[in-house]
Structure formats: structure tokens, C-alpha cells
Design a protein around this ligand. Structure first.
Ligand code: F6P
Length: 527
């Protein structure tokens, strides 16, 4: 048995031991638990004390990271090795924020200055509204960051159109003036069906106010595509194939952010991420936030067998953060074969989902507290409110702490009975209601407390999750930087378009379920 296999086997032993110990016991048996499982990083505190971990399990996880050569593979990534092996590409989005050296010939600083200067020109007027047309990484990063930095937003109003559903564009332009609206077409490939369809429709809409050219810009690696579409080169901002779509908010894909918050705040966002890059590269694994966050997730997934994690920001401005991390994590590590193409024996990326607290407390938290499945949660909060009422913030934080507390410690039936008796309830009522009012607890969570959700704090947070994904991908042995799983659906949709638009037939051999639904969809008007 190799050392790596031995560490995986120990992980199972650790998990079996911890399955039988309630978090209450883990806290009771170790007064130093909170200190031992709390870690400081740039601008944030990571509290793993409510995870089902102990010192022995953490040691096993760190062994696993050593055996998987996390540090060497991380260093290879930062040095520009082609770690995206199926596409033979480097993974160097860190170079866009000064966290790594860019490949030779890539004018990262010049491109950054160019799109930031352009943003400042647009911010000076007369543009009042900007529509970013993009999808996936060409949408989720800009929309998430723009909302998160609302207090810094002093530029034109920002709108985001992603879905090929015409309602998205139609509803967005409904109250906009094409004469004072700038449309950015953001697409790494400049071939994505949704984006190109929306781009053509948006161009038609802009044409109502005269030549649309001056009110269109593009961000892409496909410069022949942008030229063919008719975007003037001075409004085209490029990036590079070593920047993955879901890692591209640091590139000119971040142009909408720069338009909203300005060049200085955008540079602060980059600097915050670079500080996390430095921490990731330099801190020993045992104090390294992305590594520890990754290991806690790996233990939940591979040790305890929990297939999902709820990401709950206690910050309304991080409303789109769960959706952002969903793409980042699930498109990166939703893989079933290893880097060598062999089928993997164990589980990889979990299902990531979530909504901000406190809203989610009033929707799905019931199941988290009393449902039959254990759903681990990651809570994200900021210590100091920005441009928000401190009283509201205190209530928000009280709720965040209370949820983590309730999940971990629960309320036993004996405690429920005592409380009901003290409140004067009858024995009959206590018997009837006590089971319903009991909380099992022992439900794990991580809490990540940022100092502030400002541009630098947000940059650090996003980089933390990027690096967490890298570490997990290394240990699982997958290529986190391709996304072949989205291709089949794209191909099949293209083949169905002629039949659904009435310009052709269904492809030969179309399965009966698809054929029946296509026939139903193309039946004459049903109304
Ligand atoms: O969904 C697949 C994907 O390639 C994502 O990885 C990417 O972020 C998105 O489509 C958009 O791609 P593009 O920027 O090339 O339009």
C-alpha cells in the first residue's frame, strides 16, 4: 500500500470514529478546540471548530495533502506549467492580479491599464446604463462582484443579460434608452450560442438610436470573431487562453466591475486576491486557509460521505456568491475520471448551492436542522458593515452565530421537556410536542469571517475559493480546468434548432421522447 493509499485508509478510520461522536462531545472533551481549529489569513478568520474534525483527522488530511504533492503542484501551477492537461494550457489567472508572473509576451499590465482607462472614459459620461452580455464565467463573476461592491458603485447603472431566453434581454432593455446605453459582449470564445444570439438582438435594439458601433464593446480572446461582428478594435479588450472562463473576472471580463466602481477600486480588488495568492504560496499547509478549507470539504465528502454543501453568506451583497462558487467549483471538480483518464474510485466535487441568510432561515433551514440528511454549511460574514446600519448588522451577525450554534449543538428532548415544563405546559402536551421540537444537532459548519467586504476583502474571498478548488482537484487527481461535460448538450441543442425553428427536420435517429416533445412544441398555436 502506498503512503497515499494508507492516508486514504486512515481517513476512513478517522471518519468512522467521528461519526460516533456528537459535536457536543467534541467540544466538551477539548477546551482548546476553538483555538486549535481557528485560522487567520489575509483579512479573514476561518473557524473550522464546528466541523466534524479532530486533531487526528486533521493530521491525516494534511498527510493526504502531502502525499498528493499539493505544494509542488501548486508551485507548478504558479510557474505556468500546462496543468490543464486535456487542453494543454497553463492556468495563470493569478498573473492578472500580480500573484504570479505572466507568460512571456502577454502584456497583462498594458491590457489592464487599457480597459481601466476605457472604463474611466465611459464613467465620465454620457453613458447612463451598461448591459453586459455574457454567460457562465463571462457573467457570474462581473454580476457577483458588482453586487458585492454596491457601496463603491458610483459609475453607470449595470445590467446583466445571460439567458438565451429572449425575456432576459427584453425585460432588461424595457426601461433603457438605446442612445445612452453601452453594450459589452463578453465571451472568451465569441461563439457561445446564448451570448451571440443576445449580442445580435442587442445590436438591433441599439440601432434604433443610430449607428450602434460606438455603443458596443467586446471582451474576448477571439479577436477575429469580434472584428467579424463589427466591434471597432479600440473597444475590444483581449485576454488569454491561460485564463479559464470561471477564473476570468480578474481580466477584461471584469470591465463591468471597473465601470461600476472605477479603476482604483478594481485595482484594490486585484490586490486583495494577490494577498491571498501570496498566503497560499507561502503559508505552511497547516496554517494555509485555502488548503484547510479544501481539507475540511474533502473530509465531509470522502470521509463522512456527505454529497452537498450549503453556502450561506450572511451578507445581502454576496447574494450571487453561491451561484458564482457553484460554477467555480462544480464546473472545475465535477469530474469522474482522473488526470490519466481512468475512472476514479472515490467521490469528487460536491453539489454547491445556497442563498443569503437570514432569508434562507425562513425557507430551507428547517430541513438543515431537522431533516433526515446531514447538509454541511459554510457561513460567510463580514465583521464590520459597510454603508449599512450597525444595528441591522448586529442582528444579522446574531442570526449567523445562532444558526451555526443550533446546527452543531441542537436541543435535546430532555432540554425541550424541561423548557416546556418550566413554561407550564401539560404532561400530555409535552409528550405530544417534544419530538417535533427536538433538534438533533451534530450538523457541521464552517464560518468564514471577513474583516470587511470591501474590494480587497472580496478579492481575497474569491481567490480563497479558487485555491480551495485547486487543492481539492489535486487531491482527487482531476483536471480542474477543463469542462467537457458542457459540450454534449451544446451539440445536441444545435442539432435540434432547425426542427424547433421550422427550418429543417429533426436529426435522424432522434430518440422518441425528444421527438414527441419537439412535435408538441411545434404544433400549431394551442391557444
Ligand atoms: O459553460 C461552459 C462555458 O465554456 C463556461 O466555462 C464559460 O464560462 C461559459 O461557457 C461562457 O463561455 P464564453 O465566455 O466563451 O462565452
Amino acid at each position: 500500500m502506498s503512503e497515499f493509499e494508507a492516508a486514504w485508509a486512515r481517513l476512513q478510520t478517522d471518519a468512522a470514529r467521528l461519526q460516533t461522536q456528537h459535536l457536543r462531545q467534541l467540544f466538551a472533551s477539548d477546551p482548546g478546540r476553538v483555538a486549535a481549529l481557528s485560522f487567520e489569513g489575509p483579512g479573514m478568520l476561518l473557524d473550522l471548530s464546528r466541523e466534524k474534525l479532530d486533531a487526528a483527522a486533521l493530521a491525516t488530511l494534511l498527510d493526504l495533502a502531502e502525499c498528493a504533492k499539493v505544494a509542488a503542484r501548486r508551485d507548478a501551477a504558479f510557474a505556468g506549467a500546462p496543468i490543464n492537461s486535456t487542453e494543454n494550457r497553463a492556468v495563470l489567472h493569478m498573473a492578472l492580479r500580480g500573484g504570479a508572473t505572466p507568460p512571456e509576451g502577454a502584456d497583462v499590465a498594458g491590457t489592464l491599464s487599457r480597459f481601466l482607462d476605457y472604463a474611466e472614459t465611459v464613467r465620465a459620461g454620457p453613458i447612463t446604463d451598461v448591459i453586459n452580455i455574457g454567460i457562465g464565467g463571462s457573467d457570474l463573476g462581473p454580476v457577483m462582484v458588482t453586487r458585492a461592491l454596491a457601496p463603491d458603485h458610483d459609475g453607470p447603472r449595470l445590467h446583466f443579460v445571460s439567458n438565451v431566453d429572449g425575456a432576459h434581454l427584453a425585460d432588461t432593455v424595457q426601461h433603457l434608452d438605446p442612445a445612452t446605453t453601452l453594450v459589452i459582449i463578453a465571451s472568451k470564445t465569441f461563439t457561445t450560442l446564448e451570448t451571440m444570439t443576445n449580442a445580435r438582438s442587442a445590436r438591433d435594439w441599439l440601432a434604433q438610436a443610430g449607428d450602434p458601433g460606438p455603443r458596443m464593446a467586446a471582451v474576448s480572446t477571439n479577436l477575429s470573431g469580434t472584428a467579424e461582428f463589427g466591434i471597432a478594435p479600440e473597444r475590444v479588450f483581449g485576454f488569454w487562453d491561460w485564463v479559464g472562463g470561471r477564473y476570468s473576472v480578474w481580466s477584461a471580463i471584469g470591465l463591468p466591475v471597473a465601470l461600476a466602481v472605477g479603476a482604483d477600486a478594481f485595482r484594490a480588488f486585484l490586490a486583495g486576491a494577490a494577498a491571498m495568492d501570496a498566503h497560499f504560496r507561502e503559508a505552511p499547509l497547516v496554517e494555509n486557509l485555502p488548503v484547510l478549507l479544501a481539507l475540511a470539504g474533502l473530509f465531509r465528502r470522502n470521509g463522512m460521505g456527505w454529497p452537498t454543501v450549503a453556502l450561506i453568506p450572511y451578507d445581502q451583497r454576496l447574494e450571487r456568491f453561491p451561484a458564482y462558487v457553484q460554477q467555480l467549483d462544480m464546473e472545475s471538480n465535477g469530474k469522474r475520471v482522473g488526470r490519466d483518464g481512468q475512472r476514479l474510485a472515490g467521490a469528487t466535487g460536491p453539489v454547491i448551492w445556497g442563498e443569503p441568510g437570514t432569508n434562507s432561515q425562513h425557507s430551507f433551514f428547517q430541513l438543515l436542522h431537522q431533516g433526515t440528511d446531514v447538509i454541511p454549511a459554510e457561513f460567510i460574514a463580514a465583521r464590520s458593515p459597510r454603508a449599512a446600519d450597525p444595528h441591522h448588522h448586529a442582528l444579522l451577525m446574531a442570526n449567523c452565530l445562532a444558526q451555526a450554534q443550533a446546527l452543531a449543538f441542537g436541543r435535546t428532548e430532555a432540554e425541550v421537556r424541561d423548557a416546556m415544563a418550566a413554561a407550564g405546559k401539560s404532561a400530555e402536551e409535552i409528550d405530544r410536542l417534544a419530538p417535533h421540537r427536538t433538534f438533533p444537532g451534530d450538523r457541521p459548519s464552517t464560518t468564514l469571517l471577513l474583516d470587511r467586504l470591501d474590494p480587497a476583502g472580496l478579492g481575497g474571498l474569491v481567490a480563497l475559493y479558487e485555491h480551495k478548488v485547486m487543492v481539492q482537484g489535486i487531491i482527487w487527481g482531476v483536471n480542474s480546468y477543463d469542462q467537457w461535460g458542457v459540450e454534449l448538450g451544446k451539440e445536441l441543442a444545435s442539432a435540434l434548432i432547425p426542427a424547433l425553428t421550422g427550418t429543417g427536420a429533426l436529426p435522424e435517429g432522434t430518440d422518441p421522447a425528444t421527438a414527441a416533445m419537439a412535435a408538441r412544441l411545434t404544433e400549431k398555436d394551442l391557444t
